[in-house]
Design a protein around this ligand. Structure first.
Ligand code: UDX
Length: 453
């Protein structure tokens, strides 16, 4: 099929590359020229394992191209994906400005019957609103008035760091539309994934056996939109829940690792998202939970669980600062090393990263902070200007009185902790992800402080 993907951020780029990989002709559109030039030359604009190989391969096969010309892209496509951002406004509401702009452009250039796919996470009811914006734009801007189009909600469930695998080997595909014809067409488009009939690209592990069917949830538009918010909110709830249990574990003397293991083996609970730590961040959880809470408020519902999930998460970051204070007593003037700034490993994304919040709070208390991250090499805007960035973990550890592991990058497991101990002025480690080997570190003379143990 001829497809166009508008927006080449995380979701757009991964979607475009994967749809090309399952043998569609995909054209990706963005209004940032430098980005389009870079992508067209086969260089990825995001850090995501496996993406660059697929990008190069599909450009070479002539199945994937990039343009800033939205009219050309819309004209030649049967299916148009909207993949632009929906950042939070100050009150938690999702900002739909980018979606509105794209919908207006679609109305202007649409030249025949097409399916418009909403892949961006949008407030419940936005599908109908997008239809309205497109219709109004057709009325105002398009010489051809008699155009039949359908808006479908097809939320993504991809995680940064495993986005390609999550797209090619999904747990389910959700298609929300009132038109059976449109749902059938979308099912047809995803057939190679639904039937797991595509050839697994080189370098990507086949996670689902060839031929095994992927469940497809066919629903109305509103339910599809709600599935996305509810799924992310539930996952964040799971993490906040286990963090709350971890805090109780610390007081009663239980070990959260054992508690999570024991809980996760119950099939009704499942082991994923039961790792206690410094809390959740990223580009989705914070924005989506705030947005769902806002939507509930519009209907006079006080979403007590959602609000608690957010509060527990904020509290978790504060608890880490408290742990540092408990250890160092006076934080002012003390040097502290932080390992990891991305909100989780295998991504360079620092949006809403708990590590940044913790560093800023410690810097505000007068600590001298040095951090190292394997991928993030530029200090993010949101970080206190006084915080120093280091080229390696050892430089960060030198002269520090405490080291906090904030992101569980695999390379941190291979660090020479004997050298780190020699470099530090006091051997105290707070393992914010329960990631390091406590027994080993204690044997080597570190004071080890985990979360919930
Ligand atoms: C999430 C959803 O998983 C994905 O389906 C959605 O489409 C986008 O949002 P992502 O933001 O990439 O994906 O990260 P995810 O792996 O879900 O982790 C979110 C946050 O929770 C991270 O900060 C992570 O460190 C934290 N987390 C996760 C924990 O603290 N403990 C866990 O056990 C799991």
């Amino acid at each position: 099929m001829n497809i166009c993907v508008i927006g080449t951020g995380y979701v757009g780029l991964v979607t475009g590359v994967c749809l090309a990989e399952i043998e569609n002709n995909v054209i990706c559109v963005d209004n940032i020229k430098e980005k389009i030039n870079k992508l067209a030359s086969g260089e990825s604009t995001i850090y995501e394992p496996g993406i660059e190989e697929l990008l190069k391969k599909n450009i070479k096969n002539n199945r994937l191209s990039f343009t800033t010309d939205i009219s050309k892209a819309i004209n030649r496509s049967e299916v148009i994906y909207i993949c632009v951002g929906t950042p939070s406004l100050f009150n938690g509401q999702a900002n739909l400005k980018f979606i509105e702009d794209v919908a207006t452009e679609i109305g202007k250039y649409i030249n025949g019957n097409k399916i418009i796919v909403n892949k961006s996470t949008v407030p419940i009811g936005s599908g109908d609103w997008v239809s309205m914006v497109i219709s109004e734009s057709i009325e105002r801007n398009n010489p051809v008035k008699d155009i039949d189009f359908h808006v479908v909600s097809n939320p993504e469930f991809l995680r940064e760091g495993s986005a390609i695998s999550d797209t090619l080997f999904p747990d389910r595909i959700v298609i929300g539309s009132s038109s059976k014809e449109v749902v059938d067409k979308m099912t047809e488009l995803y057939k190679p994934i639904i039937d797991q009939s595509f050839d697994c690209p080189k370098g990507i592990e086949r996670l689902i056996p060839k031929g095994k069917k992927i469940p497809v949830v066919k629903s109305d538009l509103t339910s599809a939109e709600m599935i996305k918010y509810a799924a992310n909110s539930f996952l964040a709830t799971k993490v906040s829940f286990i963090n709350e249990i971890a805090n109780i574990c610390e007081k009663v003397g239980a070990d959260i690792l054992k508690v999570s293991e024991g809980m996760g083996l119950d099939r009704r609970i499942a082991p994923e998202f039961l790792n206690a730590g410094i809390g959740w961040g990223g580009s989705c959880f914070p924005k989506d939970i705030q947005a769902l809470s806002y939507i509930a408020g519009e209907y006079g519902i006080i979403p007590q669980i959602l609000n608690s999930v957010i509060n527990v998460n904020t509290g978790q970051r504060q608890k880490i600062v408290k742990k540092v204070q408990d250890e160092l007593k006076i934080v002012k003037g003390k040097t502290i090393a932080i390992l990891g700034i991305s909100f989780k490993p295998d991504t360079d994304d620092v949006r809403e990263s708990p590590s940044i919040d913790i560093m800023n709070n410690l810097a505000a208390l007068g600590a001298r902070i040095k951090f190292y991250d394997p991928i993030v090499k530029v200090k993010p805007e949101a970080l206190d200007k006084k915080v120093l960035i280091c080229n390696d973990a050892y430089t960060a550890a030198a002269d520090s009185e405490l080291l906090l592991l904030a992101t569980e990058w695999k390379e941190f497991l291979k660090l020479d902790f004997i050298k780190i101990k020699e470099l530090m002025s006091k051997p105290i480690i707070i393992d914010g992800r329960n990631f390091l080997d406590r027994d080993y570190l204690e044997k080597k003379g570190f004071k080890y402080i985990g979360i919930g143990r």
